[in-house]
Design a protein around this ligand. Structure first.
Ligand code: UGA
Length: 441
């Protein structure tokens, strides 16, 4: 099937490559000329395990092509995916200007019927706005062409995007149009083996499903962080509590890890956007507001432990930081807890010595050269003459450090562990001042 994907970001590129890998003929369109030129040379703009060989192979097979030529893109696909960004507005609502610009482009150039698929995470009601946009442009062209706008949200996780996309738990498709249902069924047939994964529903329910999924996961995390804060005050251990509740299959083990707060390009943005959507329909989303405010406080905890330990005197201190990305297996630092911490440390006059297995270049790109940021080539170098170590991301290489080396490298044996990687009793026995999340003081 001929498919066009507008927007070669995370979602667009992974989706396009996976569709091409099963034999669909996919053209990706982006306004960013440099990105398109690089992709044509095989340079992929994101780090995602397993993606590069799929992009290389599908390009070689002629099934994955990149262009800035929007008209050619519109002509190509029977199905037109919109996978452009929806950055948050100042008030937290998703900014639809890129989505609506693509809708306008499709309507401007289409000469045959199209199925337009919203893949970007967009607020409930967006498909209707996209329909109105397309209908208006078609009317101005006096073109009578059929189209349907389908909501087909993406549920991939960074770091596991290839397997999430090629072996999806579910494929949610929002449309009431029978012809669109048949086309979407054919498009996704290769991913619907062994058991039925397609869930058809109306457009608005599909749009809300995406927000409900991310907000539910964010709620689990904030809930655990709240219980962790209670555990600290009650002399309980959140890691024992986690295992105790996770064993109840109704609760489950996933997304119940307390830590230094959730980050990334999705949870913070989507929780805020759903709060805004709720406000717009005169509903006060008390639970979602609490999820967000708990996460905000949680991200301050690492700094607060350091500040208290060093008696509010962090000026001139050197702090080693292990982990910059918002989670392992990605170089993405959007809304990463490490950023909140670094910025607070700089404000207090401290210097950060940071190491991350993948996000060093990204950190350099965001913060540039500055005297109070030293990007170190190894995790050991980051420790040299540092006054304390903070762990922000649970990369596997941080899980079993040589504690003797750790202690001898640090000027003060202080470890602030934002991901509960180490055993508090062991750390104390080895002479560290050890601060974790929800595991006693
Ligand atoms: C999230 C969802 O998990 C995907 O299903 C969804 O498709 C995606 O957003 C999206 O909307 O595009 P992602 O942002 O890649 O995926 O990252 P997650 O693995 O969900 O992690 C989000 C944050 O939660 C990370 O900062 C992580 O450290 C934190 N987290 C996760 C915890 O603090 N505790 C946990 O138990 C789990």
């Amino acid at each position: 099937m001929k498919v066009t994907v507008f927007g070669i970001g995370y979602v667009g590129l992974v989706q396009a490559a996976i569709l091409a890998s099963v034999g669909h003929d996919v053209v990706c369109v982006d306004v960013d000329e440099e990105k398109v030129a690089n992709l044509k040379k095989g340079i992929i703009p994101i780090y995602e395990p397993g993606l590069t060989p799929i992009v290389e192979q599908t390009c070689k097979d002629g099934l994955l092509n990149f262009t800035t030529d929007a008209q050619a893109g519109v002509e190509h696909g029977e199905v037109q995916f919109i996978a452009v960004g929806t950055p948050p507005d100042e008030d937290g609502s998703a900014d639809l200007k890129y989505v609506l610009a693509v809708a306008k482009t499709i309507a401007t150039y289409m000469t045959s019927p199209k199925i337009v698929v919203d893949k970007s995470t967009v607020p409930v009601g967006t498909a209707d706005k996209v329909s109105v946009q397309i209908a208006d442009v078609l009317a101005s062209r006096s073109a009578e062409l059929e189209f349907d706008v389908v909501s087909n949200p993406e549920f991939l996780k960074e770091g596991a995007a290839v397997s999430d996309c090629s072996k999806p738990d579910r494929i949610v498709i929002g449309t009431d149009n029978e012809a669109s249902k048949a086309v979407m069924r054919e498009l996704y047939a290769p991913f619907n083996r062994n058991h039925e994964r397609m869930i058809f529903m109306d457009v608005r329910s599909a749009e809300l499903t995406k927000y409900a999924a991310n907000c539910m996961l964010a709620t689990k995390i904030s809930f655990m962080n709240e219980i962790a804060n209670l555990a600290e005050r009650l002399g309980a251990d959140i890691e024992s509590v986690r295992q105790g509740i996770g064993s109840d299959s109704r609760i489950g083990y996933q997304f119940i890890y307390a830590g230094c707060g959730y980050g990334g390009s999705c949870f913070p943005k989507d929780v805020q956007a759903l709060v805004k959507t709720a406000n717009d329909v005169d509903y006060k989303p008390s639970l979602l507001e609490a999820v967000e405010s708990i996460n905000y406080s949680q991200k301050q905890k690492l700094f607060s432990h350091l500040n208290t330990h060093f008696a509010q005197n962090l000026a001139g201190k050197r702090i080693a930081l292990w982990g910059l990305s918002f989670k392992p297996k990605t170089d993405d630092m959007r809304e990463a807890p490490a950023r909140e911490l670094m910025e607070a440390l700089w404000q207090a006059g401290a210097t950060v010595q940071a190491y991350d297995p993948k996000a060093m270049e990204e950190c350099q790109r965001i913060y540039g050269e500055r005297d109070d940021l030293i990007l170190c080539g190894t995790k050991e170098q980051a420790l040299k003459s540092a006054d304390a170590l903070v762990v922000c991301t649970e990369w596997p290489q941080f899980k079993a450090p040589d504690l003797a080396m750790l202690k001898s490298s640090l000027t003060h044996p202080v470890v602030v562990d934002g991901r509960n990687l180490y055993e508090p009793s062991m750390m104390k026995e080895k002479g560290f001042s050890y601060y974790a999340i929800g595991r006693g003081d």
